[in-house]
Design a protein. Structure first.
Length: 92
């Protein structure tokens, strides 16, 4: 599975191109974390690889920090997303 984020929420989906794809962060409007959570809930335990094609990522001098921040965001958001069904079940 390949992931990349688009953070331009004003852009329509049919206007999004590879050059708009950045790392997955808090402003991702493609729903990567939601999709990952849905796959994990259905048993997927495979890898997710990045495919950010934006020049700003390819040319970033701080790519290690950006990758670390993106991975941290995904882990934290995925933990929350995966815990939500359990919270709803225990509240009922």
């Amino acid at each position: 599975m390949h992931i990349s984020g688009v953070e331009d929420s004003a852009r329509k989906v049919d206007e999004m191109r590879d050059g708009h794809r950045v790392l997955v962060g808090r402003d991702d409007c493609l729903g990567n974390v939601r999709q990952l959570a849905a796959l994990r809930a259905r048993g997927y335990r495979g890898y997710a690889s990045y495919e950010p094609f934006a020049d700003e990522i390819a040319q970033a001098s701080d790519i290690e920090q950006r990758l670390a921040a993106s991975m941290s965001h995904i882990r934290e958001a995925l933990d929350v997303a995966m815990d939500e069904p359990r919270q709803l079940a225990t509240a009922a």
